[in-house]
Design a binder for this molecule. Structure first.
Ligand code: SF4
Length: 361
């Protein structure tokens, strides 16, 4: 259950062509692609009683890298987008996630995003207004075990606003715009904002389908997951802070960040855990917010900035929605220009592995 030798050689070759040189980075990038896109796939089989056979596949990982090379071989097809006079809560989140991600999202029309399936599933879950439907949680026996999550607060609060449609009302404050997922009013009449994120995570309760786990390992994995309390990402926190600070229609006192974890069974996504964190305005969150806003302003004024290669995280890059448009994950560029310079998308020479010549993958 992982890349075959030939798949690995081919994937490594393609990543070197993209410009990656560090073997450890390549290994982490491939491993995390597999965590995200490796899956059991079905196909018709005469050998199986049901006529369907399941096998583990990493083809989607290979395909994603191939698509990046295709895109970079036809950079003239990439359209630039018009400069904006406003920045959104999502822009702030993108900048904090990675300045290159912010620049790419604000330079190009992103017609070939990565992880589209995850975005679609996230939208479907969003539309179910899970944060308001606590009876749904009771029926499905979802684990609301986080010490940070006061579910009762959401349940006893009044829903004021749910932003889930394309034409939703946008909130504005000078050159800031945003649409939060929810605004609630609690029992003390305080308004608070809720942002929910959906993360794909293999359900350890279903881990037996993956052959390499022994019963003991599966049990250990399940226990670790049930104790897991989540790491809440600063880019999501800054997004919530921007709502608290910029939505003037309601005096928002605090926010909640909800992480819903889902798996997919028989093509049906289902939630198996949720964790949450309360976000308050304090010295730390104010600093996070002002650093992000200032970073964006400076990029807009100076049109270039230093890019901190040492802060790159290959796991993040593998999960990045705009990774196909990015040259910075190769660690070759210490400057970042705004708009994103097409030269960053250049491909490089890489030797095609002898083992793959005249053979089928
Ligand atoms: S691929 Fe990595 S370096 Fe590039 S934009 Fe995404 S997170 Fe940033």
């Amino acid at each position: 259950m992982t890349y075959s030798i030939k798949q690995k050689l081919y994937a490594e070759f393609m990543l070197k062509k993209i410009g990656m040189t560090n073997n450890s980075d390549i290994a982490i990038y491939l491993e995390h692609l597999e965590n995200l896109y490796g899956k059991m796939v079905s196909f018709p089989s005469q050998k199986s009683y049901s006529g369907i056979y399941w096998k583990y596949s990493v083809s989607a990982c290979i395909e994603l890298i191939k698509q990046e090379i295709d895109l970079k071989q036809s950079i003239n097809s990439i359209e630039f987008c018009l400069p904006k006079s406003t920045f959104s809560a999502t822009d702030l989140s993108n900048y904090e996630y990675c300045p290159a991600s912010f620049v790419i999202n604000n330079s190009f029309k992103i017609e070939k995003p990565s992880g589209v399936e995850f975005t679609e599933i996230g939208k479907e879950f969003h539309n179910k207004l899970l944060a308001t439907r606590t009876t749904w949680y009771e029926k499905k026996n979802i684990d609301f075990s986080s010490i940070d999550l006061d579910v009762k607060k959401v349940r006893d609060s009044r829903l004021i606003f749910a932003g889930h449609q394309e034409d939703d009302k946008k909130f504005n404050n000078e050159n800031w715009v945003g649409i939060p997922d929810y605004i609630f009013q609690d029992l003390e009449n305080n308004y608070f904002v809720v942002e929910e994120k959906f993360h794909y995570k293999k359900d350890p309760e279903d881990i037996y389908v993956y052959d390499e786990y022994t019963a003991e390992e599966a049990e250990k994995e399940q226990k670790a997951w049930s104790n897991y309390k989540a790491y809440f990402f600063s880019n999501h926190i800054v997004q919530i802070v921007s709502y608290i600070k910029n939505i003037k229609e309601y005096s928002l006192k605090y926010g909640y960040l909800l992480y819903w974890y889902y798996d997919i069974k028989n093509d049906e996504p289902y939630i198996h855990k949720v964790l949450a964190k309360r976000i308050n305005l304090n010295e730390q969150t104010e600093e996070l917010y002002s650093n992000t806003v200032n970073g964006i302003k400076q990029l807009g004024t100076n049109t270039e900035t230093l890019f901190q290669i040492d802060k790159l995280n290959m796991k993040k890059c593998a999960g990045c929605v705009v990774n196909k448009y990015c040259g910075h994950k190769t660690k070759r560029f210490e400057m970042l220009t705004f708009p994103y310079n097409l030269n960053f998308l250049n491909l490089f020479y890489a030797k095609f592995p002898d083992e793959l010549k005249k053979s089928n993958m």
